[in-house]
Design a protein around this ligand. Structure first.
Ligand code: GAP
Length: 459
């Protein structure tokens, strides 16, 4: 049994070695908490994104998609409240000058064994976790990235990178509603980048300054918001447990108390995952009431109410917001499905053997074609088979170098569900061996049936 720390180390090194995630600007020594998604990482991320879009946009008649800019009108952020309140409480160590999130330090102190929860805790009671030095008072630090639009860098041209995709759905709500002839309840979905000047990011791709979100703003009649909340909670549960195949024992559906949730939220549930570095947020669901639309109505001067055709009255819809971090999903999926055991080496020692048991529809590569030998025409048959699989729109790898065992290991590490081996019998009877990643079974099928074999299992 490997420790969570060891598992995380193995995952980070596998991600680099197998082209999932690299440190960004690596040739310059890296850039703190910025990462590149490599060829396998982007396939995994796109597969998650596509499964999400297919399920929640194409799969539902009450949700439509949009794509809005990263830099919107600066008033959007005044209205949303981000400019005034979107900040983290930070403290500095007076001795070693390191910077920390005060809320994280307080949480850690409260989690210490023997901590008496009855005694109120103040940041003055906490020492620097690195050097034991004294900490400064808390300062609030706004997380918005500021930039300038146009040629002059003056206050009239200040703009911001969006810290969440949600605002685009509120500002476009009127246009979408009117042009798509939608009736309540209906949702607007968006997938895209968000930016936060996180001062204490870390834990690999868990918290980064630049990340992707998949969000839905679901507009409802005010008295329908509780039903819609329960419906989305169930949808999120199905997504995480049945689509991503995350074991429910690694998930916590945490009801956020009134004192801990945003002042406008009527109900919030965080979906937390057991990462190797602790139980932390994966997704969130909030009943945002009419806060956003009423603020945008006030700041824009536009009437954002909806005319209910049944009652002929105008109402301002309430909004239920399920939000999924895409980058964080990549991490949770990798952690969940990385299976590590000990394998014997030829030197009589052991080494970790890793298999990424991804749900096949999420695997970056769906199939590998491996000829047993390069010679005797086996490579030609293999290449032709790989081309056929590729022509069917499936990602395939053709690999003819190294021992067959090493080639299987490589495919296991990137989560390829099926390897097709071309051998001398192929020449005799037009069959190949299929090796199943998880069952480790080998069966022979006709070479002409390979594409249908993969397609039927993916569907
Ligand atoms: N519109 C609501 C909203 O943005 P949030 O809880 O601040 O809510 C939603 O963010 C999700 O975005 C989180 O549950 C998480 O999955 C992801 N997320 C937030 N900050 C992140 C960061 N710095 N790095 C990676 N993912 C992040």
């Amino acid at each position: 049994m490997i420790s969570p720390e060891k598992k995380m180390d193995l995952l980070v090194s596998l991600c680099k070695r197998r082209g999932f995630v690299y440190p960004d600007s690596d040739i310059y020594g890296g850039f703190a908490n910025a990462f590149d998604y490599g060829p396998n990482g982007i396939e995994l991320k796109n597969n998650i994104r596509d499964a999400w879009w297919k399920r929640f946009v194409h799969g539902r008649e009450d949700v439509v998609g949009i794509d809005t800019p990263i830099i919107q009108h600066p008033k959007v952020w005044e209205a949303s409240g981000h400019l005034a309140t979107f900040s983290d409480p930070l403290v500095d160590c007076k001795k070693c000058k390191r910077r920390f999130r005060a809320d994280h330090l307080l949480e850690a102190k409260q989690a210490e064994p023997g901590y008496n929860k009855e005694v109120p805790l103040h940041i003055k009671d906490v020492d620097c976790p690195e050097c034991g030095g004294e900490l400064t008072d808390i300062k609030n630090f706004n997380l918005m990235f500021k930039t300038f639009v146009g040629v002059t860098e003056d206050s009239a041209n200040v703009a911001y990178l969006r810290p969440e995709t949600a605002a685009g759905m509120f500002t476009a709500w009127k246009n979408v509603r009117d042009t798509m002839r939608k009736k309540l309840p209906f949702g607007i979905a968006q997938v895209g980048k968000a930016f936060r000047n996180e001062i204490t990011p870390g834990n690999f791709i868990f918290r980064t300054r630049e990340f992707e979100q998949m969000e839905i703003e679901y507009f409802v009649k005010p008295d329908d918001s509780e039903r819609a909340f329960d419906m989305w909670l169930n949808e999120m549960k199905i997504w995480v447990e049945d689509v991503l195949k995350i074991n429910p024992k690694n998930l916590v559906y945490k009801e956020i108390s009134e004192s801990d949730r945003a002042f406008y939220s009527k109900r919030t549930v965080d979906i937390e995952y057991q990462y190797p570095f602790g139980q932390k947020e994966l997704y969130g669901l909030a009943n945002r009431t009419d806060y956003d639309l009423s603020r945008h109505q006030e700041f824009s001067g536009e009437d954002l109410r909806w005319l209910d055709p049944e009652t002929n009255t105008k109402i301002l819809p309430h909004v239920v917001e399920p939000t999924w971090g895409l980058s964080r999903t990549v991490l949770a999926v990798l952690v969940e499905h990385l299976d590590v055991d000990e394998a014997d080496t030829s030197e009589g020692e052991t080494e970790p053997r890793m298999v990424l048991r991804l749900p096949p529809r999420l695997s970056p590569v769906k199939a590998a074609v491996l000829p047993l030998q390069k010679k005797d025409g086996l490579a030609d048959i293999g290449r032709e088979l790989a081309s056929k699989i590729r022509a069917a729109g499936l990602v395939v790898e053709y690999d003819e170098s190294g021992s067959i065992g090493k080639r299987y290991r490589r495919q296991d590490e990137i989560g390829t569900p099926w390897c097709f081996t071309v051998d001398y019998d192929t020449k005799e009877n037009n069959t190949v061996t299929v090796r199943d990643r998880d069952a480790m079974t080998q069966e022979r099928i006709k070479i002409d049936e390979v594409v249908a074999f993969i397609q039927s299992r993916l569907n």
